[in-house]
Ligand binder design. Structure first.
Ligand code: SF4
Length: 720
């Protein structure tokens, strides 16, 4: 029995559930992770990632020294360097001075538009606040974004358009108070495992009825009263048909619609054509299931909707999320406990990074950059001269790279993200990365994107730093250091402040915006003073239990569910509905629809889990397909197959799966040696700019075992 030197309370670094962790430390080494049974978010439960996935901190692949590339990288000829012999170790002073010199040189030569930054949904609120502040206050650029663009941008835009707030409306654990809830586009068991436990308890212990609307027969179907197996990308038609049934059968909550919404009449006219028969033709879902689902949700006393990226990661992602919002507005299933519109946020701090202003259209607190009063408020907060901040909306993640050419973006700063795994159409993304003039990677590993960088700045992991994460239900929680930083690594907030001071000196305005913070707590206070939804959150108040914003003052108890009286936009707005099919339907050459997503054992681009023991649990990518498709293409379970789209191909092992539907195959996104995003299409939702990760046309053919075991031929172009 080991007796710990200390036990540090902190928050899980993986998914948006935000489970509370206790890190057990002996001799400055974390040897075990547990969770207290009274943890308000997870009641002592942890999934395999939170419980065992922390050992990446000690991975020999981790880089803990500042590094510069040995050879000069030229735009158009930039190469990837995973081999540390292609880098030289340097001091922090050399790395930061070089970074400041190059960024300032490019800024002074080409202006604000030539710089861009990817903030990080894994980093703390304070880290993200400081990085967006550096680019806004010093370089006057709003080219600031992060992976929210790639996960829930469609949901964010739809919720802001209709309700004026993009956050999850209710607390996830309130699901036990729902008598009916819809889960759509979310394999919750694998992506938000602890919320899935609460959903199962809602069904088994509290008698709730569950409606799953998903192309895959996910595990939650075992708990569902109804499963609507729709074709990927047909959400708009199915949700509109449910609304059609609700209206036709007189199940509309007339009082709610009259008192709390507008645009109903026009909306109702627009969904006349969305009969269950039409939706069945488009989506493949039996019309009777659509009718039953509509009745079940509408007749519930407390109906809730939970959704994931199967809704938002589409070229119609905004329209899909609006379809769900319409259902809640029609029935009045919002503004009460156990109801609501609940987009399950992916990464541990994607909510917080968005709140902290890591977005091109918003300052911290969702204050639009092109609003004069907002800009002036932040100019005052950051000691920037009046009119100094840019009022121009910046580029999104997907646009930043497509603007990487002479006359466009020349320098990119990436904190903790990995676009060479997470962007669609990676062969094109690689070309964009190669065009950059200067690239900085601030991370714990040299990942597939960092390998293209000129400078590598070694950051600490979450277990070596202080700050806050905000989970999917708006709860701001503490992150605490359990061990000292490994090697020469530094917390992100300290790296940014050190670099910002050097940039300020080169720009001739030392100490203009104030970069001499002594703690993350001081950073948080600065953010919360102007982003008023956080004003009442203090480190002291969240010492034991996090607070759910809005928290307008220090006496406010936090807000478990939103919209009880009204919406930030006043009334909830209906929009007219139009169904537009996915951009790339299957055809003779590419007869299957590929949908991509995550696995329980892994996380996003794999930087953490693939450098952890978790990799042994699920060591290689597998293509999940239905037995009918397997028989059609002569594929055996476990045999190697080449999956190809118009953009690339990968070789993986086939798995005949009961989760699969005929005509639809699934590939996880975590494996660099068989990167799913080599196949995906880079068409975007027009409003949210989110790519269509959930549907593109592919073909499959039998491959040879040697191809599977030879990394050089597993992807079309080999490893990056
Ligand atoms: Fe961490 Fe999410 Fe698992 Fe909880 S459910 S332990 S937050 S990965």
């Amino acid at each position: 029995m080991i007796h710990p030197d200390r036990i540090t309370s902190t928050t899980c670094p993986y998914c948006g559930v935000g489970c509370n962790l206790e890190l057990h430390v002996k001799d400055d080494f974390i040897y075990s992770v547990t969770s207290p049974f009274d943890a308000v978010v997870n009641q002592g439960n942890l999934c395999v990632k939170g419980r065992f996935g922390y050992d990446f901190i000690y991975s020999p692949q981790r880089v803990t020294t500042p590094m510069l590339r040995k050879s000069l990288q030229k735009p158009g000829m930039r190469t990837a360097a995973f081999d540390l012999n292609e880098w030289r170790q340097v001091s922090w002073d050399v790395a930061l001075d070089y970074t400041a010199d190059r960024l300032v040189e490019i800024y002074q030569r080409d202006g604000s538009d030539a710089l861009a930054v990817y903030c990080c949904a894994k980093a703390t609120n304070e880290d993200n606040y400081l990085l967006q502040k550096m680019f806004r206050a010093l370089f006057r650029s709003n080219n600031v974004d992060h992976c929210t663009r790639l996960c829930h941008a469609g949901s964010v835009v739809a919720l802001l358009k209709s309700l004026g707030s993009s956050a999850m409306s209710n607390t996830a654990s309130e699901v036990i108070h729902s008598d009916c809830f819809i889960v759509t586009g979310s394999n919750t068991t694998e992506n938000h495992p602890i919320i899935a436990l609460q959903m199962k308890a809602a069904v088994r212990k509290h008698g709730a009825r569950l409606i799953v609307i998903d192309p895959r027969r996910i595990e939650l179907c075992d708990y569902a009263t109804l499963w609507l197996p729709l074709k990927p990308g047909t959400n708009v038609a199915v949700f509109a048909a449910m609304a059609h049934v609700i209206i036709k059968e007189g199940l509309v909550n007339r009082d709610f619609v009259a008192a709390r919404t507008f645009g109903y009449e026009e909306f109702a006219r627009s969904i006349e054509k969305f009969t269950p028969e039409y939706a069945e033709m488009v989506s493949g879902v039996d019309r009777n299931l659509i009718v039953e689902a509509a009745r079940m949700y509408a007749r519930a006393e407390r109906g809730a909707i939970y959704w994931g990226m199967g809704i938002s990661q589409l070229s119609q992602g905004t329209a899909s999320a609006l379809g769900l919002i319409h259902l809640a507005l029609l029935t009045g299933h919002i503004g009460r406990k156990g109801t609501g519109l609940n987009p399950l946020r992916g990464q541990n701090n994607v909510q917080g990074a968005s709140d902290a202003g890591a977005m091109p259209f918003h300052y911290p607190g969702y204050m639009e950059v092109d609003n004069e009063a907002n800009a002036r408020a932040w100019e005052a907060a950051w000691n920037v001269e009046p009119g100094g901040l840019s009022r121009k909306r910046g580029l999104t993640t997907t646009e930043i790279l497509s603007h990487a050419h002479p006359g466009g973006v020349r320098a990119l700063y990436i904190m903790g993200e990995n676009p060479m795994m997470t962007e669609p159409n990676l062969n094109l993304t690689r070309q964009h990365m190669q065009e950059l003039e200067f690239l900085v990677a601030q991370d714990i590993f040299i990942n597939e994107s960092g390998a293209f960088a000129d400078v590598f700045l070694p950051a600490t992991s979450w277990a070596e730093k202080e700050g806050t994460f905000t989970n999917t239900d708006r709860r701001v929680q503490r992150v605490r250091p359990a061990i000292a930083p490994r090697g020469e690594s530094r917390p992100d907030w300290q790296i940014i402040c050190d670099l910002a001071r050097r940039i300020e000196r080169r720009l001739g305005r030392p100490n203009s915006a104030g970069w001499d913070y002594t703690s993350p707590e001081q950073v948080f206070r600065e953010m919360a003073n102007t982003a008023t939804m956080l004003k009442g959150v203090t480190y002291a108040r969240i010492e034991k239990v996090g607070l759910q914003y809005p928290v307008p003052d220090e006496n406010h108890p936090g807000t478990p569910f939103l919209f009880s009286e009204n919406f930030p936009s006043g009334r909830g707005r209906f929009f007219t509905v139009e169904y537009i099919p996915v951009a790339e339907p299957p055809d003779d050459e590419y007869p299957l629809i590929l949908t991509t997503g995550r696995l329980l054992e892994h996380w996003h681009g794999g930087s953490m889990t693939r450098n952890s023991l978790l990799d042994e649990l699920y060591p290689e990518a597998q293509l999940e397909l239905h037995e009918v498709d397997a028989a059609h293409f002569g594929i055996q379970d476990g045999s190697p197959v080449r999956v190809y789209s118009r953009r690339g191909s990968v070789v993986v092992r086939a798995r005949i799966s009961p989760k699969a539907n005929p005509g639809v195959v699934f590939l996880p996104m975590h494996f660099a040696e068989a990167a799913a995003n080599l196949l995906t299409i880079d068409v975007l939702d027009k409003e949210a700019k989110i790519p269509e990760f959930k549907a593109c046309a592919v073909g499959v053919q039998i491959a040879q075992e040697e191809e599977l075991h030879n990394p050089a031929v597993r992807t079309e172009r080999g490893r990056y």
